[in-house]
Structures are given as C-alpha cells and as structure tokens.
Design a binder for this molecule. Sequence first.
Ligand SMILES: [Zn+2]
Ligand SMILES: [Zn+2]
Length: 309
Amino acid sequence: MRAAVMTEVGHMELQEIDRPDVTGDDVLIDVGACGVCMTDYHIYHGSFAVDTPVVLGHESAGEVAAVGPDVTRVEVGDRVALNPSIPCGQCRYCQDGQTNLCEDMISTGGAGDKVRDGSFAEYLAVPERGVEPVGELSIRTAALSEPYACCVHAVDRANLTSGDTVAVVGAGPIGLLTIRELRNRGAGEIVVSEIDPDRRDLALSSGADEAVDPTAGDAVEAVHDAVGDVDVSMEIVGKPQTIEQTHRMTAKGGRTVIVGVPPQDSTIEVNPFDIYYHEIDLVGTFALTPESFRRAIVGLRNGRVETDD
Ligand SMILES: [Zn+2]
Ligand SMILES: [Zn+2]
C-alpha cells in the first residue's frame, strides 16, 4: 500500500510499504479522509519529537476492511471515525476517568510517548477501542470528529454556564469549531480576537457576536469595550504573550482556558494576587477523551455543527 512516510525531521516521502496485519483486537481501516493538523506540522519540524520512520495523520475516518479475532464492536464494512489517543485503561488516571492524562497512552499518528503509524496511508491498523461508528455521516465530515472533540473537551474544561460572556483569542480551525460549540452550549455574548480579517469574518458567521483586531490597539481594552466583563476567556493560539493577554481579559470569578499548544519551555507572567483576590481560575485542556469523542460524533451526525465551510 502507499503511505506518506516521515523518514526524518523535515522529510516526508511517498513509499510502498506492507499493509499492516490485524491481530488480537486490531481493526484494519481503509482510510477515506485525513486532516492535516498543527501537530503534524510540529512533528515534521521537530518541535514534537517522535521516532522515525513514522506515518503521521491522526484526524481521520474510513471503512473497516478487516478485523482481528478478538474484535466484537465493529465489523467489516462499518464506517468509523478514529480516535488517535488510545489510553491504557489501567493507570490511575484512566481509572479516574481522566483518560487523556493516561500514563501509557498510545497515539496513532499523533504526538505521544508511544506512536503507532497513522492515517496518511491507504490503510492503518488500530485497536477497536480507537474507532467509533459514524453511520451515514460523510467520511470527510467524520474526519473532523477528533479536532471537534478537542473543542468539546475544551468547553467542558471552561465549565461554561449558559449566558456566560466568552472571549476567544485565535480563530483558526480549532477556534472556529470552539465558537460553534460555545454557541451549542448556550454561551452568551462571544467576542473573538483575531489578526486575520477573513478569519474574523468566519468567526462572526460561526456565531461570534463581535470580532476585534488585536493589532489595531489594546486587545484587552477592545474586548472589554465590545462585551464588558468576560466570564470565560480561551486562548487558542499557543503563544505565551497571547496567553498573558487572554488571562488579562478574564473578569473576577472567571476562567482562563489554555487551548493552544505553547512551546514546552515557555513561561508566562501572572499576578498571583489577582488569582487569589479575584478567584480567577487558570485551567488547561489537553486533547480529548473517549467520552468527548462520542459526543462530538453525536453532534456531527445530527447536524449540530456546520463543518463544510
Ligand atoms: Zn490534531
Ligand atoms: Zn492509562
């Protein structure tokens, strides 16, 4: 079969490699679609280290082509989306339901300590607990299950109450999907801070009420002028400066959520007195859980979130 193999950092080539065998509870997927993620970009450029050669690609969907002898949940011909994060199910985090924090996570084609070949290939093999049936949903839409599930989990971490005012900093694909999820979950006013005018327009058509240009002046002031006090602010860029800026947007009693992936060695400055005196939560959100993955698929299958654009 053909696969796009990353042979070393900064080099990828189309190769003819063996189709994976399926044993145990593995499922062979005939890949129909796979998204390209910033994680692929980071791995390609070496800012997430993985062993090579490796096949990347972790936002995918396809059809079950073969099943191992121990597979019980799916059969050949089923259409499925792939959850690339395969938790061990045994460690204390898995036992507590925080499977995204698993100490022994296997990732298919994504970033992780243990990486199996991913979906930039005609076929890949994954344990059956890493796939979820999608019914008649188009494979192209189903491939967005993983990124959308990360947004579902991020809004869970934001502990949103209906009517909350939300600031979203960064309106790339994850920012835009997060805005749509915030709308679904009953957010009040949503304001977006984004440098790109086309993305500001998309943010507005995604359900944001206001969009500000952070290069036009002080973004924190602009956000406050637009919507007043912000209950939840979400940073979806991954830069220390924008995380500090986002945190300054959060009003008393509110929550700042770090969604973007910051450089691993970066630091930020926060005023601990503000956190203490104003009871401001500073929280992180990492990837997705099997539960948020299933909820994302329910949303996509029922047309609760527009993704074609
Ligand atoms: Zn991704
Ligand atoms: Zn675990």
